[in-house]
Design a protein. Structure first.
Length: 197
C-alpha cells in the first residue's frame, strides 16, 4: 500500500517537473521571438504569449532573461520607438493578471494540500477504497464464521436440554420406584411376616 502511494507521489512530482520545464522553455522561446520581431517586451506580454503565469516569468532566471531582452531592445534603434514604456494601463492589466494568478495558485495549493492529506491518510489509516473493501470482506467472513458457531452452539444447547429432560424423567421415575420400595419395606405387617417371633 505504501509503495503504491509513494509511486503515485513520485509520478506526480515528475509530471510537475516536466510541466515546469516545458513552461520555462516556452517563456524563453517567446522572449527570443519577441526580440527577433523587435516587439516591446514586458512581463505581462511574455506571460500572455507563452501561455503561462506572470508569476512564473518573474522567477529567476526567467526575469533576468526578460530584463536582458528589455535592455537589449532599448539599445537597438531609437529610444522613443523601441524602449518598453510601461503605461498605467499596462500596469493595471498586469496587476489584474497577477491577482487572478494568485487566486488560481491559492486554489491549486489548497487542492494539492487536500490530495497530500488524503494520500497520507491512506498510508496511515488504510482508508482508501481497496483497503476498505478488503476490511469489509474480512468482517463479512468473520461474521459468517461467528454465525455458524452460534448456530452450532444453539443446536448443541437444544440437544443438551433434551438430554437433561430425559435424564430428569428417568431420575424422577427412579425416585418414585425407590419411594414405593421403601414404603413397602417399612410396613409393620410386612416386617412381622418377614421376622416371626
Amino acid at each position: 500500500m505504501n509503495a503504491r502511494a509513494g509511486s503515485k507521489t513520485s509520478a506526480m512530482v515528475q509530471q510537475r517537473k516536466k510541466d515546469s520545464k516545458a513552461k520555462r522553455q516556452a517563456v524563453l522561446a517567446t522572449i527570443d521571438a519577441m526580440q527577433r520581431t523587435n516587439t516591446p517586451i514586458t512581463v505581462a506580454d511574455v506571460a500572455r504569449r507563452a501561455g503561462v503565469s506572470p508569476w512564473l516569468v518573474r522567477q529567476p532566471p526567467l526575469l533576468e532573461h526578460v530584463r536582458k531582452a528589455q535592455s537589449g531592445h532599448a539599445l537597438c534603434g531609437s529610444t522613443a520607438e523601441r524602449t518598453p514604456n510601461p503605461t498605467t494601463g499596462s500596469l493595471l492589466v498586469e496587476r489584474d493578471l497577477l491577482r487572478k494568478e494568485n487566486q488560481r495558485l491559492r486554489h491549486e495549493l489548497q487542492r494539492h494540500q487536500r490530495r497530500v492529506s488524503e494520500l497520507l491518510g491512506d498510508q496511515i489509516e488504510g482508508t482508501d477504497a481497496l483497503s476498505q473493501s478488503i476490511r469489509v470482506q474480512e468482517l463479512i467472513d468473520q461474521n459468517t464464521v461467528l454465525s455458524r458457531q452460534a448456530s452450532d452452539a444453539s443446536q448443541e444447547l437444544r440437544q443438551l436440554k433434551q438430554k437433561v429432560e430425559g435424564l430428569s424423567a428417568d431420575l424422577e421415575a427412579a425416585h418414585k420406584v425407590n419411594r414405593s420400595l421403601m414404603t413397602e419395606l417399612n410396613r409393620p405387617e410386612r416386617a412381622t411376616l418377614a421376622f416371626p417371633r
